[in-house]
Design a protein around this ligand. Structure first.
Ligand SMILES: [Zn+2]
Length: 134
């Protein structure tokens, strides 16, 4: 076993080798980082930037929430604007209107004139006939 100390080829820290042969690096992470650096140099890629963990994870902030809200709103407006009326999803209000209309027996016929005595033409949804009711 070596009793000498060596300097790590990657970070430069002094270390005592723990293996029989001479190690080049102080720890596995330095060995891996050195390999990555060599590989990137071979491919002419820029070296990996060490990013501070506090800047990498964006903390929740009011401006961030505002930006997200504005983005969602803009997306909704554009989607609403681009969607045809018949393709828009039905709301609970639409369904309730539909149910009320279905449960009504008579509905006013708009393209028929009102009779001389003032009776309005109504369509009977059950008998499927037009009747006049004053
Ligand atoms: Zn090292």
């Amino acid at each position: 076993m070596d009793t000498y100390t060596y300097n790590c080829h990657y970070c430069g820290v002094q270390y005592t080798p723990k293996r029989r042969f001479k190690q080049k690096y102080c720890c596995n992470s330095c060995r891996v980082n050195a390999f990555t650096r060599r590989k990137r140099q071979k491919q002419n890629l820029p070296p990996v930037q060490k990013v501070n963990a506090s800047t990498q994870i964006e903390k929740m902030s009011w401006p961030g929430i505002g930006n997200a809200a504005v983005g969602t709103l803009a997306t909704n407006v554009v989607t609403n604007w681009l969607t045809k009326e018949e393709n828009k999803p039905a709301t609970k209000g639409d369904i309730q209107k539909l149910l009320v209309a279905k449960n009504q027996r008579f509905s006013l016929v708009k393209n028929m004139p009102i009779r001389e005595d003032g009776a309005k033409p109504l369509f009977d949804n059950i008998l499927h006939t037009i009747i006049y009711i004053k």
